[in-house]
Design a protein around this ligand. Structure first.
Ligand SMILES: Cc1cc2nc3c(=O)[nH]c(=O)nc-3n(C[C@H](O)[C@H](O)[C@H](O)COP(=O)(O)OP(=O)(O)OC[C@H]3O[C@@H](n4cnc5c(N)ncnc54)[C@H](O)[C@@H]3O)c2cc1C
Length: 427
């Protein structure tokens, strides 16, 4: 076991092992050094190495230690922001470009899984965004209208069809997005790592970057055990950023999110809850998500951290919510629990930063990082390889900016989630 089961829960329990790696020791040279072993870093590494670039990837902890090993595993197409609002947020060029790239991003994930034979429980049956009440239905209908006019394979299911697919009559309808799917998130990260190593990447885990400096026209990054000199640095540290790129973390408001996984359900119960294995989440402000893993465990998640006073409140909520939505499950025990932090930005959109010449990175996925992280990683590789100019990137270049009242907002997210779950578990 590589990661703490309290932070990586079911995914640590069921993921195949990562490639064997050791901490960096001594001095090495590369063309590109990548900092962070999540989807963005691993995808960049793989695509660069496939083009013959010498790559060293440094990960402070283990592959998938950050969001990549803790998330729900929904391979989403697009962001939270409504499609029609993106051009307003980013301008017409970047807005439409980002929409197109993110709309096609699940396809890239699925093709990498296929190409590299990654065993990560991939399900291609789409996702269900479940509408709570009339306002939720209005929201998904509008989202479906905006994606449909761009040719996306989305449709709105009525309440009966939603009940048949989810296994509860709690929802007024659902947006089915056939571009999307689910996977075992840590297994996907580890599979990318295996593919990257096979392509020639050197990965050092337990190697936190603590400093960078310029020497002889090249970048030098240091860890406690050694240093790497390279022409480029890719910063792929996102919400778990430490070391020289604290500004990446400071630009985000961290939203805690937890998951509980039941023991594997029996055959009959599996036929009544998400029998088609779509990933699902709802339109509530403090949202809930549901999905099955390959062995038939139901994974229920929502906003909150499993620590201190929140632990009992969120656990009680998860139990009561399962009872309310799926009474047929009875008192099915939880087998695993875990939580992590989601990096939210002020406009709910990711960022592209150049921290210094040839030091670049994307961050701020707002809980939608599997497909975007993978496609942005490839984009960084294409940029470094000279295949994509900066003007053709999916996001404009911006400077990291700390949002006002960041620390207070983080306390507020957790307090708000505890209050919502405390009330929700009692009605
Ligand atoms: C609970 C939860 C649920 C989520 N659900 C979903 C979902 O269903 N679908 C979806 O698409 N997205 C989801 N996300 C978001 C998704 O997991 C992230 O957006 C994604 O992991 C970001 O990928 P990344 O490679 O940029 O960063 P990460 O996966 O966070 O990896 C960053 C890595 O950088 C390393 N690092 C940091 N500092 C240093 C340093 N100084 N030196 C070396 N290494 C360093 C960290 O240890 C970490 O391993 C969820 C996130 C969480 C936490």
């Amino acid at each position: 076991m590589l990661n703490d089961p309290r932070s990586h829960g079911l995914w640590e329990k069921t993921a195949p092992p990562p490639p064997a790696t050791v901490p960096l020791a001594g001095e090495v040279s590369a063309d590109v050094v990548i900092v962070g072993g999540g989807y963005a870093g691993l995808s960049s590494a793989l695509h660069l190495a496939e083009a013959g670039t010498r790559v060293v990837l440094l990960e402070a902890n283990e592959i998938g230690f950050g969001g990549a090993g803790r998330n729900v595993g929904l391979i989403n197409a697009g962001m939270w922001v409504m499609p029609d609002d993106l051009p307003g947020e980013l301008g017409p060029v970047h807005g439409e470009r980002l929409l197109e790239m993110l709309g096609g991003a699940p396809k890239l994930v699925m093709s990498l899984i296929e190409k590299h034979a990654i065993a990560c429980e991939l399900e291609r049956n789409g996702t269900l965004h479940c509408a709570v009440g009339a306002s939720g239905l209005k929201e998904i209908e509008e989202r479906a209208r905006q994606w449909s006019k761009r040719g996306a394979p989305v449709s709105v299911l009525d309440a009966d069809e939603t009940a048949r697919r989810v296994g509860t009559s709690a929802y007024a309808g659902a947006l089915l997005d056939m571009r999307a799917g689910t996977l075992q998130p840590l297994a996907y990260a580890r599979g990318l790592a295996h593919a990257a190593v096979k392509a020639g990447v050197t990965i050092h885990t337990g190697s936190r970057v603590t400093e960078t400096e310029k020497a002889g026209g090249r970048w030098v990054v240091r860890t406690d055990g050694g240093k790497v000199s390279a022409d480029w640095i890719i910063v792929a540290t996102d919400a778990y950023s430490t070391g020289p790129w604290e500004q990446v973390r400071n630009e985000q408001v961290h939203l805690p999110y937890f998951n509980f996984a039941t023991v594997p359900l029996g055959d009959n119960l599996r036929k009544s809850v998400l029998p088609g294995r779509e990933g699902a989440w709802d339109t509530k402000e403090v949202l809930s998500s549901f999905r099955m893993d390959q062995a038939g465990r139901l994974v229920i998640g929502s906003v909150g951290a499993l620590r201190n006073t929140g632990y009992a409140i969120h656990r009680n909520w998860a139990r009561r919510t399962l009872h309310k939505l799926f009474p047929q499950l009875g008192d099915v025990p939880f087998e695993c629990e875990w939580y992590g932090k989601i990096g939210m930005t002020e406009n709910a959109l990711p960022r592209f930063h150049r921290f210094a010449p040839n030091v670049i990175g994307f961050s701020g996925y707002n809980g939608r990082g599997i497909a975007p992280g993978t496609v942005f990683g490839k984009t960084l590789a294409d940029h470094i390889l000279g295949r994509l100019s900066e003007a053709d990137l999916p996001l404009p270049l911006t400077d990291p900016q700390e949002p006002g009242l960041r620390a207070l907002k983080e306390v507020w997210y957790e307090a708000g989630a505890q209050a919502a779950h405390f009330v929700d578990a009692r009605v």
